[in-house]
Design a binder for this molecule. Structure first.
Ligand SMILES: [Zn+2]
Ligand SMILES: [Zn+2]
Length: 528
């Protein structure tokens, strides 16, 4: 918590227009019997110290029969020296950074005003019940100039006369339960069959599905609506997308509606980009309305581990996003070995050196013997930053949330710059006596003794002839090959002497990434 000495409430002007007061101001012409009370506040914020919370709470009281709350705030942006994020908790909150109760939305630095009512709210916020008691505006101190900043607020609370005879509607589900309590419904587990349904027989036949796991809508700082994302995904030939707005679950209802309306691809997963000031993570496949608390202090690896565990309890996967991104607070300040995480975003938007650093971090994790899946995503906020660039390809036996998440966890994933470009095929063949078997990306091959022979089949369809394919194992490039344009695979034999992982990178002549795969793993020892 910030010390009170640092945060001084300068003025508190409370102007309550009661029944006997002059004619109340109604912001909207409808309905009748609406009265508005407006509270104005001014707070002075100082830059938080290293051990201070980056969140600050402004309590205000909500009376009986409230039907709508309008909040606006202003401060001197001082040419970017100040950025104050905003969100809202209702009367169930306690003002503690570790108590998730009462969450009602977050708009970060995107909006200077928002509202909440029983049945509507500004995107980013959750409509629903208006419990009586102390609500709290939450401010996120993203950037505060050394001299501090004054922030002024207007809080307008509309009450409806004679409302007491009607029971208030239940608050929005997300505001009622903390994330971990929600379970995956039967419908969530349902499978969406494609035009070529495949029956499970032993190992079910797999096919590659193309998707993008990271994007934003008007529910946070994106310009897309959910419907626009779906239409854009269809144009880009994507089979699945995950909508991952920052620090809110308000987009889930729209995702649910879209899923009900459109039975054909893309499959849309509910997500959240849990956006702390010390790094970002994506949860994919959250139950509807499940919100995961983002108030993790930079460097607090133990709390971040609890965030990952909470995502897992809700049935979702969790990924480290853009660990070396240059925006303030976007780089990863938590456990660099990514324990407890399922995936790492090694490719965010157009390939650049920060992706190269993420790739190196991932490879070092693999060298340590831990397995974590590399993924790529557009992090699209608007059409200028198209979705599916780059694309994550996932091998699963059906286009369902369950099948996709299981396949991502297992590493049946490769990445390309665009959905339609540079399909990669990477398989290993092993022989046991006369029997040959093929393994794919994400598989583990077990040999009873070393050395063992491995034969790889590599095909990079659509890669330009000047592209180079690198076969990488245990931190080293062990083969470098030109891309072939005749459609024939490269066949390479490798002697495997120790536990190893084998993965591919395909780069153009400028060394920019065109495609990369997750590994095929080889293990020497007992248990074959
Ligand atoms: Zn991010
Ligand atoms: Zn993002």
């Amino acid at each position: 918590m910030l010390t009170t000495a640092r945060l001084i409430t300068l003025a508190l002007l409370c102007c309550v227009l009661g029944h006997s007061a002059p004619q109340p101001v109604s912001i909207r012409p409808e309905p009748k019997n609406i009265r508005t009370q407006t509270v104005e506040r001014l707070v002075q914020l100082k830059p938080p110290g290293a051990d201070d919370s980056r969140y600050y709470y402004i309590p205000f009281d909500v009376p009986p029969n409230a039907v709508r709350i309008n909040i606006s705030y202003q401060y001197d942006r001082a040419k970017g020296a100040n950025t104050i994020d905003i969100g809202l908790f209702d009367a169930r909150s306690t003002g503690s950074d570790t108590d998730p109760r009462g969450f009602r939305g977050w708009s970060g630095g995107r909006r200077s005003e928002f509202f909440i009512s029983h049945d509507e709210a500004t995107p980013g916020y959750l409509s629903g019940g208006m419990p009586i008691g102390t609500w709290r505006i939450i401010l996120g101190l993203y950037k505060v100039a050394p001299a501090g900043v004054d922030v002024s607020f207007k809080i307008g609370i509309e009450t409806e006369e004679n409302r007491s005879s009607r029971p208030p509607p239940a608050p929005h589900k997300s505001g009622l339960s903390s994330a971990g309590a929600t379970t995956v419904s039967a419908a969530e587990r349902g499978t969406r069959r494609t035009s070529s349904p495949q029956k499970a027989a032993g190992r079910s036949p797999q096919r590659w599905w193309r998707g993008d796991l990271h994007m934003h809508t008007v529910h946070s700082d994106g310009n897309w609506t959910v419907a626009e994302l779906i239409s854009s995904a269809q144009s880009a030939g994507l089979d699945f997308i995950s909508v991952t707005d920052h620090n809110t679950a308000s987009h889930h209802v729209e995702v649910d509606r879209a899923r009900a309306r459109a039975p054909q691809p893309p499959l849309v997963l509910r997500g959240e980009e849990i956006t702390s000031y010390g790094g970002h993570t994506n949860a994919w496949g959250l139950p509807s309305g499940t919100w995961i608390d983002f108030r993790v202090r930079p460097g607090d690896a133990a709390r971040m581990a609890r965030v990952a565990a909470e995502a897992h309890r809700s049935g979702a996967l969790i990924s480290i996003n853009h660990p070396f991104a240059l925006c303030g607070g976007c780089d990863w300040s938590y456990d660099k070995s990514a324990r407890g995480f399922d995936a790492i975003e090694v490719w965010n938007g157009a390939w650049d050196f920060t992706d190269g650093l993420a790739l190196k971090m991932w490879d070092e994790i693999l060298q340590s013997g831990r397995r974590i899946t590399a993924i790529a995503s557009s992090d699209s906020h608007r059409a200028a930053n198209p979705i599916g660039q780059p694309t994550t390809h996932v091998a699963a036996n059906a286009l369902s949330q369950t099948a996709l998440l299981a396949a991502i966890r297992q590493g049946r994933v490769y990445l390309t710059g665009e959905a339609a470009r540079s399909a990669v095929s990477f398989e290993a063949e092993t022989r046991t006596g006369r029997r040959r078997s093929r393994q794919m990306i994400g598989d583990e091959i077990r040999f009873s003794r070393a050395p063992a022979m491995l034969r790889f089949f590599i095909n990079t369809e659509g890669a330009p002839p000047e592209a180079t394919i690198s076969l990488i194992s245990n931190g080293q490039v062990i083969r470098s090959l030109p891309a072939r344009s005749d459609g024939q695979p490269h066949v390479i034999e490798i002697e495997c002497r120790q536990d190893s992982y084998y993965r591919l990178e395909v780069r153009d002549k400028t060394k920019a990434m065109l495609a990369l795969t997750n590994p095929i793993y080889a293990r020497i020892g007992k248990g074959q």
